[in-house]
Design a binder for this molecule. Sequence first.
Ligand SMILES: Cc1cc2nc3c(=O)[nH]c(=O)nc-3n(C[C@H](O)[C@H](O)[C@H](O)COP(=O)(O)OP(=O)(O)OC[C@H]3O[C@@H](n4cnc5c(N)ncnc54)[C@H](O)[C@@H]3O)c2cc1C
Length: 386
Amino acid sequence: MTAGFDIAVIGGGVIGLSLARELAREGARVGVIDAGTEIPPATRAAAGMLAPSFEIAHGESVQGPDNRIGEALYAFSAASLELWPGFAAALQEESGVAIDLRHDGILGVALDEERAGALGRDAAFLRARGAAVEIIDGDEARRLEPGLSPDIVSALHAPRDGQVDPRRLLSALRLSVERVAGAVIPARVVGCVAAGAGFVARLADGGRVEAARLVLAGGASRLPMVAGVPAPPVRPVKGEAIALATPAGASPDAPGLRRVVRAPGAYLCPKSDGRLVIGATEIEGRADLTVDKAAAAALRAAGARAAPGVAGLPLVERWAGLRPGTPDAAPILGAPRQGPGGLYFALGHYRNGVLLAPASARALADDMLGRDGPFDVAPFHPARFA
Ligand SMILES: Cc1cc2nc3c(=O)[nH]c(=O)nc-3n(C[C@H](O)[C@H](O)[C@H](O)COP(=O)(O)OP(=O)(O)OC[C@H]3O[C@@H](n4cnc5c(N)ncnc54)[C@H](O)[C@@H]3O)c2cc1C
């Protein structure tokens, strides 16, 4: 079978689908080719936090001197958080799927003075960039979340950070793309060639997809590359997570968390369906999806140090996913300098693809459609790795 589109997107995770939706809304005929369960999307494994105040300020030395990519990434992430309410409302209307967007804030908790000091520095960094975050003491943190441990000494409260349900988000995006002006083709791409004025993607089932332009959005998996185009430096970073069942209704034993809590060694995400998602490990150099029992137990134990009621909750699921990591922890967005015109990368969203999806989709769609837009994606251009 041969199908033809204005734009073909390889990869139907949150990034490929969000971009396809944005392009389809502008009238382009878009085909998303996705390998489905054969190459499970990282998006299905995500906790769904929208957490620029923690993910970006903390961890990758964004606060170091002359870290232009870190500064650009923080600004992009904070801007994406602001796009989420409009993005979610439109998506829910188009698809009829409720994606459980909640802006009920995130608490980063400290169990000792060293961590409290680090959170204080993060808060100062964030406030200097306009974020409405505050440091609160342990009692105030327990007033917000009564299930928290008496050992918590202080917390960084980011009232605008939030979360969505990433699995519902994927369903909503798929439906939206199909209803607006696109198609989702379940197939694995085994080859990409520049042909005539466009591209041909060869499928494992023998089919072909032809398109004037081609976007590579395959997450952490190594996609077949168009001849003459250097492979982008994306590597898998494995993450394991678990879900526990919280009892329905109030219970003295239940952690009763309402908002996301980020603790040393684990984050806890209470979902509206009653699951408490606890994540996540970060393992370099592994591309399998097995879940280590000891890792699952360590996540639960770290969660229980912050919210003791977690210790006794029944396990309902454990899983793993592969984050698409890059050398500087920032995404790779735009047309590579080498190779044929009309080829684009939407790759490397690492730990924050869910958070970044609205901004990435808007920014790359603006670039592809020649529109002026609010985002400067130059810092994320593939040429920085050339
Ligand atoms: C445990 C864990 C927790 C996380 N928590 C969060 C979080 O709380 N917040 C957040 O913002 N981010 C989080 N992330 C990161 C987030 O999941 C990723 O950044 C994001 O999902 C990447 O989206 P993507 O569309 O680029 O890739 P994916 O979701 O991996 O999608 C890529 C798609 O491409 C398809 N594909 C690959 N190769 C081919 C091929 N040859 N042919 C056809 N199709 C192909 C695959 O089938 C897949 O569906 C987490 C990740 C993990 C693992």
